[in-house]
Design a protein around this ligand. Structure first.
Ligand SMILES: C[S@@+](CC[C@H](N)C(=O)[O-])C[C@H]1O[C@@H](n2cnc3c(N)ncnc32)[C@H](O)[C@@H]1O
Length: 204
């Protein structure tokens, strides 16, 4: 694990017990609906969720074989508690998305929500998602990105060091462009996207 990865991992370890409370307002206002939309697009039987966090996507899981990973042991602990309480069946492991311990061409769909704002090497992580996805399989992402509005973008660049320090998240990432640079057969930004929150589908 690189030094930067270790720093961000520790930040999420510290946040894990409070994470759901910190995000509860935003979750109710918009995130829940977006989670539902992206999970409805998941297809196939063998599914990987990356950056599972505390398991906020559990209510949207289809009844399929789901494996989920996160590099923060404290987040995985919270997710395990939630899976026991809710009865969701999921195979949870501690793993870095930049170096996945899965074989090539293994999953039908790989999904991540609000993850690539915080991965220190986003391109490395995305190339790993492509590697473990079957040919013709899909990577689905729900991500907040840098605004296309110049004024808003300037503010986001200005505030970014603070959000990274506080919650490990970059608010000025251009994740659509990064996905496009990874050599997928097709990359689409889905119409449910807003100018800041993007639903992205990449086909291997
Ligand atoms: C903003 S939270 C989002 C959590 C969850 N996906 C959600 O939608 O609520 C980002 C999550 O990504 C995880 N994460 C960040 N970098 C990672 C990496 N390199 N490998 C695996 N997980 C990572 C963090 O530990 C954290 O749980």
């Amino acid at each position: 694990m690189t030094n930067e990865t270790d720093i961000i991992r520790k930040r999420y370890d510290r946040l894990a017990p409070y994470f759901d409370r910190i995000e509860s307002m935003m979750e109710k206002m918009m995130m829940g609906e977006l989670r539902d939309k992206i999970w409805q697009k998941v297809s196939g039987d063998i599914i990987l969720e990356v950056g599972v966090g505390t398991g906020k996507n559990f209510p949207y899981y289809p009844a399929k074989s789901i494996t989920a990973i996160d590099f923060s042991p404290a987040m995985i602990r919270e997710a395990k508690k939630k899976s026991h309480q809710s009865g969701v069946v999921v195979d949870l492991s501690i793993m870095d998305v930049q170096q996945l311990d899965f074989p090539d061409n293994h999953f039908d769909s790989v999904i991540g929500t609000f993850l690539f704002c915080s991965v220190p090497g986003p391109k490395q992580g995305l190339v790993e998602l492509k590697r473990v996805c079957k040919p013709g399989g899909e990577v689905l992402l729900l991500e907040h990105v840098l605004s296309t509005n110049k004024f808003a973008a300037a503010i986001m660049h200005l505030l970014n060091p603070i959000t990274v320090r506080l919650v490990g998240a970059n608010i000025n990432r251009e994740t659509v462009k990064t996905v496009q640079s990874c050599g997928f057969a097709k990359v689409e930004v889905l119409p449910e996207s807003s100018h800041i929150v993007k639903l992205i589908r990449a086909v291997k």
